[in-house]
Design a protein around this ligand. Sequence first.
Ligand code: PMP
Ligand code: GLU
Length: 397
Amino acid sequence: MIELSDRINAMEESATIAMSRKSRELKAEGKDVIALSLGEPDFHTPDFIKEAATQAMNDNFTYYTPVPGYLDLRQSISKKFKRDNNLDYSPDEIVVSTGAKQSIANVVLSLINEGDEVIIPAPYWVSYLAIVNVAEGKPVIVNAGIENDFKVSAKQLEDAITPKTKLIIFSTPCNPTGSVYSKEELADIAEVLKRHPNVVIIADEIYEHINFTSKHESLAQFSEIKNQVVTVNGVSKAWAMTGWRLGYIGASEKIAKACTKMQGQFTSGTSSISQKAAIAAMEADPAILKDMISAFEGRRKLVLNALNDIEGVKTNIPEGAFYVFPDVSYFYGKSFNGRTIQDGNDLAMYLLDEALVALVTGEAFGDRNCIRISYATSEEVLTKAMNRIREALEKLS
Ligand code: PMP
Ligand code: GLU
């Protein structure tokens, strides 16, 4: 009998992807399922980006690319870092990958030995934990509750650091909570890092442009710790380019070189066509994203209002990204039609069966009291989904 590795047997399917697969299957069976499970903008990639891709094909940019990405793309990313984030990363400090997901995997695999501790503030994005486990690192989860707007304090991080700590991974704006770290909060974290110069931190800033209340603040702006920070970003979210598969890092040259070496053995450089298209995105003025951001803001309001109308549901006010992460623990222990809800997994399955709405259990993000709703879809669909969710929750007693 063919045996799979312990590594793959221990790995769970990504919960976000599993839920969207389930909803696709139910749709194929003819069920009217509304999928609020996957974090994917419903907008089309802007035409000027598609035109750059067509031009790339016509110009025969169809060959293997340099492993860290074309130099002209890395130069555009370098300019983007300066323009949007006031960060100085030279093209040698930038590595382009097949999605920010691969960027994160490259960094973790390049830094982590078996047993090295990796601090992951919870709620976290599902894949952080899976990637650390593949690298045989030891995840150290630090919980940030809804009462703290799901943000960890610098003190919590410092208390979790031990001589074995190698890495911290967090996102701002955060998937799944929408929380955004302020400049002051990041400055406090920078102070802690300064005291622990062997610790690297991945700041996943892929939602930087989807921020409703403030200017995005990058952790790497604090110059004394910039070398310890790996800034992760990509084109999937702001530029509605999830299928193009392009993410990137800004990091010290040492880490950038390691990631290039890793990627050179796994995937090589990402698609030549996506890279040329990404240059158009990087060179564009982010001010053109205004309409998309205000559409997301309207949807956030709709979902928050609907949730706040349901007895027992608690929310923070997500300041960015396109998720709400309500605490639904009030419903645990309640039943309908002989079916008792024990936890968020049960509730997500109940809402899928009873309301035909797919969302993701909070447990996958490290908080069993919550569920994640992705509101990257039209207000019309969201209104229908939120009505169905309310009706299904009100049946539980
Ligand atoms: N980080 C976060 C926080 C995300 O939500 C996502 C979404 N998939 C990614 C990284 C990866 O994005 P991608 O691989 O599409 O660039
Ligand atoms: N990041 C998105 C999400 O959280 C896309 C799915 C994924 O890559 O896991 O839903």
